[in-house]
Design a protein. Structure first.
Length: 720
């Protein structure tokens, strides 16, 4: 098929930026702005406790601040590894931020690394969380940490209150570096392991504190009281509560903090209407896929209660995007893809297409992906009659137009390091014999789930896994999330053989693979269908969560304001989804998901074989408002998720397989979720016919963003 025919056939995505991005934000960038300063700190290299993802965090934050929030690169200072000593961090903080920032300026401070708890005295107040720096520890005093008091004093010394502090760090060390397949960002204090003497801050640190206290006209007791009452300047965004773990994960080609990656990815998709609480709630949803609720982001600070609270307290935000052009040379166009959903980026295929931001409604140049390494990619310009390669410039934002996914996506299982050598060998062998499943030892690479034993020790010494394996209490084998949260109904009996356990888990692995395929269709940030989806609780009637496609403006007038945390709904609640078709053509939809027990379900269209559809500018309710028809949450607590998938073409193959639903219940158990997920992808591929023909290879799904929109709703079902 000729390129010109393809471009004409796909219609609007050549002008997608003009219609959905720049038009909506046309004048906002011309408004005057205050100065924007940032200090970004990332430390991977620690003695005996190295991390892998802190440099990536700094890059994620840097690209976001420059290309979405208009920071000048000259106003960003990064300190990494050996340059991130305690004295250097404190010196740069004072020189770059305190001495330069004026009232009304925007300041961002980001720290990624290890934290710890240090006892600095004899009272409870003297146990403080600290940020570990790259200094060598000392036996005489604390030389490798910035205390909470120092951090608070530095922040309070800024002349502006437009401050955002991002802390991707944990403080409570669990006794082992890996939690499942995730690396823990906390380390034990070297001094607390040694003698009974109470360590003291270094003389230089105490001198700095005294000087700042004098300048601020505060006493030490006052500053501690302010910390206890959370009177922290500006906004604090923390990766987890002080009792939880903060973690980093490995993806295909890079590692990053779970919190930083999820947060920055959501902020790439934020619009001028998006509040920080909304972005943080969606960040919590992404994190929940890895660790359930064992890592919950925290929103704090004196300005955290402001409404509306904008990301980075910035009134200026550039149009949403999936990435940006970072460089152009004779051979290729360099891209940064920090705005793509993490689960999608992992499988993003060659020949995927992107549109490039242009003023107003001018035709958008097209880029085609050639290769990707981590978050960076190389692409080439697609020649058309209406665009020229000369229009391309570094700094232009890009948005996906056609998503290419392999048809052979599988599951990767990490074998828990706490299993002994024989168990690990047997598990890898058994998983490798299963179709579309690969296995490796935990911590080596990205994984979808972890295979281990249900009971894990609370403390693991720094010895080999074989030496400690005998200390684990007997328990059955089970599947876990990457963050070591047990998958419901996957645990076996004690004494079960490894190979028998894996054979038992085979049907559940099929379900989990189907769930993964559904996740690869999520595209509310780039879909060009005009759709708005709202989740409501009935009795009392209130809307609690809303998601929109890029073409549909949010309508938060009736939605309960999010608090930045994962949504919780009581057991037995009656819920309903409202789907609004804001486009000019009929849309077809499917509703399916997993309940808190891990059981897949499909929304029952009242026992008919007819597809569910919404006419243009009409609204559909799931379930519909009718007597004796209701969607009631189960009595089992846990994490639930629902996928709402809309398409401009019928789900013909999916519907043919599902057939008529001979059931009077709203939700039908779905035993063949993998088959259904594959058929959904095939139907979306068929709905993107022009795109799929142009991409050209039969071993992929090619999905046109004009053809579909998938929303994922995640919530925790809790006791009433």
């Amino acid at each position: 098929m000729k390129r010109r025919s393809f471009l004409q056939g796909t219609g609007i995505f050549l002008t997608a930026w003009g219609m959905s991005g720049l038009t909506r934000h046309a004048q906002i960038l011309a408004q005057p702005t205050s100065r924007k300063l940032a200090l970004l700190i990332g430390i991977n290299q620690y003695r005996n406790a190295a991390l892998n993802g802190c440099f990536t965090d700094i890059e994620l934050q840097k690209e976001l601040l420059i290309y979405r929030f208009g920071f000048q690169e000259s106003n960003l200072v990064s300190l990494v590894d050996q340059n991130a000593t305690r004295s250097q961090i404190e010196t740069v903080f004072q020189d770059h931020l305190i001495r330069q920032a004026k009232p009304g300026d925007v300041v961002v401070v980001h720290y990624s690394g290890h934290g710890s708890l240090q006892k600095l005295g004899t009272t409870a107040d003297d146990v403080q969380p600290v940020l570990l720096t790259s200094d060598e520890p000392s036996e005489q005093s604390i030389t490798n940490a910035i205390s909470q008091e120092t951090l608070l004093l530095l922040l309070k010394s800024l002349a502006t209150d437009q401050i955002t502090t991002v802390l991707d760090v944990g403080y409570a060390y669990p006794g082992y570096p890996l939690r499942g397949n995730l690396r823990v960002r906390a380390a034990s204090s070297y001094l607390m392991q040694s003698s009974d003497t109470i360590p003291q801050l270094s003389a230089e640190e105490l001198e700095l504190q005294e000087r700042l206290l004098t300048d601020l006209k505060l006493s030490r007791s006052q500053i501690r009281a302010q910390w206890r009452s959370q009177q922290l300047p500006g906004v604090i965004l923390a990766a987890a509560t002080s009792e939880q773990f903060a973690t980093e994960a490995t993806w295909n080609g890079f590692s990053a903090g779970l919190f930083t990656y999820a947060l920055t990815q959501q902020l790439w998709q934020a619009t001028s209407d998006t509040t920080l609480r909304t972005s943080l709630q969606r960040t919590s949803e992404l994190i929940s896929q890895q660790v359930d609720q064992k890592q919950q982001p925290v929103l704090a600070g004196q300005k955290s209660r402001d409404r509306p609270l904008k990301p980075y307290q910035s009134k200026l935000i550039k149009p949403p995007a999936d990435g940006v052009i970072t460089a152009i040379d004779d051979k290729s166009i360099q891209l940064w893809l920090g705005g793509l959903p993490p689960q999608v980026l992992e499988h993003y295929g060659t020949n995927s297409l992107f549109t490039v931001e242009t003023p107003d409604a001018e035709p958008s140049p097209l880029l085609q992906l050639d290769e990707r390494t981590g978050l960076s990619a190389k692409a080439r310009w697609v020649a058309t009659e209406s665009t020229s390669a000369s229009e391309l410039q570094p700094g232009q934002r890009i948005q996906e137009a056609v998503r290419v996914l392999p048809r052979t996506v599988g599951l990767t299982i990490a074998i828990a390091a706490t299993l002994n050598r024989i168990e690990r060998v047997d598990a890898i062998s058994a998983f490798s014999a299963m179709p579309r499943v690969t296995a490796m030892v935990a911590g080596e690479q990205s994984a979808d789930y972890v295979f281990g034993k249900l009971e894990q020790p609370t403390q693991i010494a720094t010895t080999s896994t074989d030496a400690i394996a005998g200390s684990i209490a007997p328990a059955g084998y089970s599947l876990f999330s990457p963050g070591q949260e047990a998958i419901p109904n996957s645990a076996g009996e004690s004494g079960e053989a490894v190979k028998l356990a894996i054979r038992r888990l085979a049907p559940q692995l099929q379900t989990l693979l189907g769930r993964k395929l559904l996740g690869l269709t999520i595209n509310d940030g780039s879909s060009q269908l005009g759709v708005r989806a709202t989740l409501s609780m009935l009795s009392p009637n209130r809307s609690v969560l809303q998601k929109t496609s890029d073409r549909a403006a949010p309508d938060f007038s009736s939605v309960l304001p999010p608090d930045g945390r994962l949504l919780t709904l009581p057991i037995g609640s009656r819920i309903q989804y409202r789907l609004e078709n804001l486009s000019d053509r009929t849309l077809y939809f499917l509703v399916l998901g997993l309940d808190p027990t891990g059981q897949p379900f499909l929304f029952n269209n009242l026992g008919t074989a007819q597809p569910s559809l919404i006419e243009p500018n009409q609204t559909a309710f799931v379930p519909m408002l009718a007597p004796n028809i209701e969607w009631t949450l189960p009595t089992t607590p846990g994490l639930a998720e629902t996928f709402l998938i809309c398409s401009r073409a019928p789900f013909s193959q999916t519907q043919a397989t599902l057939g008529a639903i001979a059931s009077s219940t709203v939700l039908r158990p779905l035993d063949n979720v993998l088959e259904v997920s594959q058929l959904i992808l095939q139907d979306l591929h068929q709905a993107s016919e022009q795109a799929s023909k142009w991409v050209g290879t039969p071993d992929v799904f090619a999905l046109d963003v004009n053809a579909w929109a998938t929303f994922r709703f995640v919530y925790q079902v809790v006791p009433a």
